[in-house]
Design a protein around this ligand. Structure first.
Ligand SMILES: C[S@@+](CC[C@H](N)C(=O)[O-])C[C@H]1O[C@@H](n2cnc3c(N)ncnc32)[C@H](O)[C@@H]1O
Length: 261
């Protein structure tokens, strides 16, 4: 059985670096957000981008490939994560925390922050969202992804998971305008919900991540990866290009902007 890894373990980042570029989940999630960014950044050039909690650098790499983006900085508190990121690209990487971003006010035009908020200490999310607002330029946009809570009152609680409405309120309370908000990864969430309901008591219910019980982050069989990639692409079109809010899923995604002063 594959060991469950968590972000406290250096091996987590070794595994993440191995699989994330090709994993259906990582690619599908990026496609969804990329549809929103396509519309929000149309016509822009030379934008300064920041990836907060950059891990091994895959999102920063994807940001750097966007035609509107001129420069990218990655930030993460983990030395192991940054060591992986450093092997993959040459743009600036900063060791630091979302709770106290080491950047001047209004420095960035685009910020991404994926699966970081749920790892912060209690009330850290409020502080981190305030920091995102501070370093984002007026008119700039931030793309944020986080874990979601289960979608019915019978679903087991997901540690650190957000109700979509609560995440929206959190960003609005810091002064952001929420331009898009949706759940994502509907199908895996539905399958796990059903499995959880059918599981006999004591046999374990649904887990909180599409790759299985905990963060195993392994690449599935190629045909599973292809099929699930197709599902994730379809979901990205519905939620991303067509801006349809999906009612449940493993993740929450927001595109927010900072108002002009
Ligand atoms: C689940 S990983 C996600 C990594 C990457 N964003 C991605 O989507 O693959 C969570 C990341 O948040 C980082 N992290 C934890 N605490 C943080 C903090 N206070 N500020 C910024 N990043 C943090 C971890 O080091 C880790 O890289």
């Amino acid at each position: 059985m594959t060991a469950v890894l968590t972000i406290e373990q250096p091996a987590y980042f070794d595994r993440l670096a191995e699989v994330e570029a090709a994993h259906w989940w990582s690619r599908g999630m990026w496609r969804l957000g990329a549809h929103w960014l396509d519309a929000a950044l149309r016509g822009c050039q030379g934008l300064a981008a920041l990836d907060v909690g950059c891990g091994t650098g895959q999102t920063a790499l994807r940001l750097a490939c966007r035609p509107e983006v001129g420069s990218v900085v990655g930030l993460d508190p983990s030395a192991e994560a940054l060591a992986h990121a450093r092997r993959r690209h040459t743009f600036p990487l900063v060791r630091g925390s979302a709770l106290d971003l080491p950047f001047n006010d209004s420095k960035f035009d685009v910020i991404t922050c994926f699966d970081v908020l749920q790892h912060l200490p209690q009330d850290g999310d409020r502080r981190a969202v305030g920091e995102l607002h501070r370093v984002l330029a007026p008119g700039g946009v931030a793309l944020v992804r986080s874990n979601a809570q289960g979608w019915t009152s019978a679903s087991p609680a997901v540690e650190g998971g957000y109700r979509l409405g609560d995440l929206v309120k959190l960003f609005e309370a810091s002064g952001f305008t929420v331009r898009h908000a949706t759940h994502a990864n509907c199908l895996p969430a539905l399958v796990q919900e059903l499995r959880g309901r059918l599981a006999r008591p004591g046999r374990g219910g649904p887990s909180s991540h599409p790759s299985g019980g905990g963060l195993k982050i392994q690449l599935p069989h190629p045909w599973v990866n292809r099929v699930m990639g197709g599902v994730a692409t379809a979901e990205a079109v519905v939620a991303g290009r067509l801006s349809t809010r999906l009612p449940f899923g493993h993740s929450t995604m927001l595109l927010v902007s900072r108002r002009h002063d």
